[in-house]
Design a binder for this molecule. Structure first.
Ligand code: SF4
Ligand code: SF4
Length: 108
């Protein structure tokens, strides 16, 4: 039996937090995050579109939070997304926000 990775039925972090990163990660400045999904914040900082809404949801997120979710730009996602850890306190805060149970003792 294969166990589905918990992120594939979650997506809560992509619909909970502002996602900011260096402008150098954008396609425009030589990085890989697609420009159409990015909003400028300052000369140095860019943000994933949709993550600063009152009910945040990254424009790159596909699917339905808590059911089936995926990052539409997984290979090109910015560093905060690469560094975010499933099972961390922040992960569980996001899951709680979306009424999903905490991930306990997850080893990935
Ligand atoms: S909130 Fe946690 S479990 Fe859900 S997608 Fe993000 S890292 Fe994965
Ligand atoms: S870029 Fe992908 S991993 Fe990052 S917040 Fe958006 S949907 Fe989630």
């Amino acid at each position: 039996m294969t166990t589905l990775h918990p992120c594939l039925t979650c997506g809560a972090c992509c619909a909970s937090f502002r996602v900011d990163f260096s402008v150098h990660e954008t396609e425009e400045l030589g990085g890989c995050v697609p420009d159409g999904l990015v909003v400028p914040v300052t000369d140095h900082t860019a943000r994933m579109r949709g993550t600063d809404h009152a009910q945040p949801r990254c424009a790159a997120l596909t699917g339905q939070v808590g059911e089936r979710a995926a990052c539409g730009i997984y290979e090109w996602r910015p560093s905060p997304c690469r560094e975010f850890e499933a099972g961390s306190a922040a992960c569980n805060r996001a899951r709680q926000r979306h009424h999903l149970p905490a991930l306990d003792g997850l080893v990935l």
